[in-house]
Design a protein around this ligand. Structure first.
Ligand SMILES: CC(C)(COP(=O)(O)OP(=O)(O)OC[C@H]1O[C@@H](n2cnc3c(N)ncnc32)[C@H](O)[C@@H]1OP(=O)(O)O)[C@@H](O)C(=O)NCCC(=O)NCCS
Length: 179
């Protein structure tokens, strides 16, 4: 468990999947995600079975929980994927599916906790992400967490009938300032 001030991260459980299916069928949530088709519970369970067969040190999806009073509420997922054993790099991903929790600094805090996990628990050297050029909220949250823009993939995504550029952003362990 990774615990911050407003959010904590824990392993994703099978019981969390109905939330994920609901969120990933919401076009406002998926506007900036690689999720272009309706998602069923069965499809999500198949994805989950594949995820839990991967060692956590090679990649793991984590549930983001927000503190609400004395309770913790599952609001989305984050994680590190495809950990490269030699270069010690991994891809970061995140979505907050409960839209009422957007724009409250929770994405930034969840990003910082995931970076801390990557650098301090998994001994990563580089954590990178891909973000659509028009995802201004995501880009702002990532910059606030320490990611820098290192390049642009031109027209690398097709969404809602047109192509978009995709930014590559990363943080190196040597740049990591902690949470
Ligand atoms: C992207 C996401 C994780 C960010 O989390 P969040 O909790 O909403 O973001 P935060 O509150 O931490 O930070 C958002 C920042 O963007 C800024 N912002 C919001 N809308 C903006 C806009 N249209 N233009 C510029 N900045 C904007 C906010 O002011 C805030 O910056 P500040 O803290 O300096 O004020 C979340 O919104 C989300 O999951 N969205 C849907 C799925 C998604 O886009 N996933 C990421 C795919 S790469």
């Amino acid at each position: 468990m990774l615990v911050g001030n407003k959010v904590r991260l824990r392993a994703l459980e099978r019981e969390d999947l109905p939330n994920c299916v609901r969120w990933l069928n919401d076009r406002e949530v998926t506007e900036f995600l690689l999720q272009n088709s309706p998602l069923s519970q069965a499809m999500e369970e198949k994805w989950f079975d594949a995820q839990v067969s991967i060692p956590p040190t090679s990649g793991q999806v984590l549930a983001i929980e927000a503190k609400v009073g004395t309770d913790w509420v599952h609001i989305g997922n984050t994680g590190l994927h495809n950990v490269e054993p030699v270069t010690r790099e991994a891809e970061f991903g995140i979505f907050i599916g409960e839209k009422s929790y957007w724009n409250q600094g929770l994405g930034r805090e969840a990003t910082l906790l995931t970076l801390k996990h990557g650098f301090e628990d998994l001994n990563l050297n580089r954590i990178f992400l891909f973000v659509f050029e028009n995802n201004l909220r995501g880009i702002a949250a990532y910059k606030a967490a320490g990611f820098v823009h290192e390049g642009t993939l031109r027209e690398a995504i097709y969404k809602n009938g047109r192509y978009y550029n995709v930014l590559v952003m990363s943080v190196l362990h040597s740049e990591w300032k902690g949470c």
